[in-house]
Design a binder for this molecule. Structure first.
Ligand code: GLN
Length: 486
């Protein structure tokens, strides 16, 4: 197997065994990037020199007796996490020249563990989108079919992992942005419980929904990365002070006696028959492995899209006020007055989708409309939280599709925001409720497009989520499949 095709845990075994150095692993993955990146287009910024230098440091640390799950492992990051000294664009022209003066908390942890940061990955502008087509630096392609979207908004992360252009990546998930691209690109992606991973240094989209999480080639890698980035951080007031379990150590617990709930509302009209068949096949595999399957109901699922597309833009309209050409972001060259400077800077710096969200958000928060929209949406959110609480009395894990269809063609929905928003119907409830969830490959369409199964669990039950995913991964045996990129 080529070096860049290894999983994180396989690479680590070889690094620890001494038959491979971090420098060699980094060179191998950079050569892979040279080979396929012109077609895939996953990266917004590649830090070739920096990565080689970090690899050399990791090799010296190992020679001095250090070890660790991530020591010397080349990873890449969604371009939404701040990296000290390395440009962070958030997929926007607004931040084209922004070089953060500090690292995000998760990045600090990865660096301290000795990971090598290869660069930053393409994403929908400010994480607003489901296809990565709103990225200002080019659209990453799906490695399984280059004419199709890789999903979004963490599309570059999913594409890079699937194409072996890094050994693992971080994404962020506000309404599905880790799970949906993971599903479309045939990799594993996990959104942790809200509060599990610090949001310090994660550029804010909708602060009450945003979480960072791992995107990896298999479930064990996912457990390793989650363990590395989790934990309390006083710099994020929503971070929760709870011990971090040793996720990799408990992975093989199995699913005997586990109650798997099938939410009726996630299998309704609009669900592609091939997606349904692959997910049902995954559920059958869980049953064969000893799980008990029960039907459950999350009755307010159908209101999730409407509530989310009020709450998320409302928070975004406030979060994005800082990009005014003074405190942050692009400043226009042609303005006679201060007001004109604000207006033109924002008009030039933000793309159409971001402007649409700011306008929707400003509208739903405005006097006279607040009660009709924003307050109503918060009430719906409470009902959705209550749905999950009731469902988790009847089951331990929920199993469902991630996205209603496999990856669509580039260009197919970009001029139809409503149909793009509706494609998020199966992922946004978990963010509204704050529960942990993941996407795991469970099959392929007849034309060879990956299909993911979504697992959700109660707050802070990531261990159980990963154990279930691990058992299913073993049963399905799909983790080794690679996209047909020469
Ligand atoms: N597609 C959703 C949106 O556009 C979710 C994005 C995300 O999770 N960052 O808002």
């Amino acid at each position: 197997m080529a070096i860049q095709e290894l999983n994180i845990h396989e690479l680590q075994a070889r690094l620890a065994g001494g038959d491979l150095s971090s420098l060699e692993a980094t060179q191998a993955v950079l050569a892979r990037i040279d080979l396929v990146e012109a077609r895939v287009g996953a990266y917004t910024t590649l830090d070739r020199e920096g990565a080689l230098a970090q690899a050399a440091v990791a090799d010296r640390r190992r020679a001095a007796g250090e070890s660790g799950d991530l020591l010397g492992v080349p990873l890449a990051l969604k371009d939404i996490v701040c990296t000290k000294g390395l440009r962070t664009t958030c997929g926007s022209r607004m931040l084209e020249t922004f070089v953060p003066p500090y690292d995000a908390a998760a990045v600090e942890k990865l660096k301290a563990a000795g990971a090598v940061i290869l660069g930053k990955l393409g994403m929908d502008e400010f994480a607003m989108g489901s296809s990565t087509e709103t990225c200002a630096y080019g659209v990453p392609k799906n490695p399984w079919d280059l004419s199709r979207i890789c999903g979004g908004s963490s599309g570059g992360s999913a594409a890079a992992v699937a194409a072996d252009e890094c050994f693992g990546a971080l994404g962020s998930d506000t309404g599905g942005s880790i799970r949906q691209p993971a599903s479309h690109c045939g990799i594993v992606g996990l959104k942790p419980t809200y509060g599990r991973v610090s949001r310090y240094g994660l550029i804010a989209y909708a602060s009450s929904l945003d979480q960072l999480g791992p995107m990896t080639k298999d479930v064990l890698d996912c457990a390793i990365l989650l363990k590395a980035i989790s934990g309390y951080d006083r710099r994020d007031s929503t971070s929760v002070d709870r011990p971090v379990p040793d996720y990799p150590a408990t992975l093989a617990a199995g699913v005997k006696g586990l109650r798997v709930g099938i939410p009726r509302e996630y299998f309704e009209e609009g669900l592609d028959p091939e997606v349904e068949a692959a997910v049902r096949n995954g559920i059958a595999a869980l049953r064969e492995a000893g799980a008990e399957v029960v039907e459950v109901s999350l009755p307010h699922t159908g209101y999730g899209v409407a509530a989310y597309y009020i709450i998320a833009p409302a928070e975004a309209s406030s979060n994005l006020a800082r990009y005014d050409g003074v405190r942050f972001g692009h400043r226009t060259k042609e303005a006679d007055t201060l007001l004109e400077m604000f207006q033109k800077s924002r008009a030039e710096g933000f793309g159409a989708e971001v402007q649409r969200r700011i306008m929707i958000g400003t509208y739903v928060l405005s006097a006279g409309y607040y009660d009709a929209y924003y307050r109503k949406a918060l009430q719906v959110r409470t009902l959705i939280v209550e749905d999950f609480r009731a469902a988790f009395e009847k089951c331990d894990v929920l199993a469902s599709p991630v996205a209603p269809t496999p990856a669509w063609r580039i260009g197919e929905k970009i001029d139809d925001p409503l149909s793009m928003y509706l494609s998020d119907v199966l992922t946004i409830s978990s963010n509204l409720a704050g529960v942990p969830c993941l996407s795991l490959p469970c099959g392929f369409s007849a034309t060879g497009l990956p299909i993911g199964i979504q697992l959700q669990a109660a707050h802070f039950e990531e261990e159980r989520l990963l154990q279930t995913a691990f058992a299913l991964e073993q049963a399905l045996g799909l983790a080794a499949r690679k996209p047909p990129l020469a």
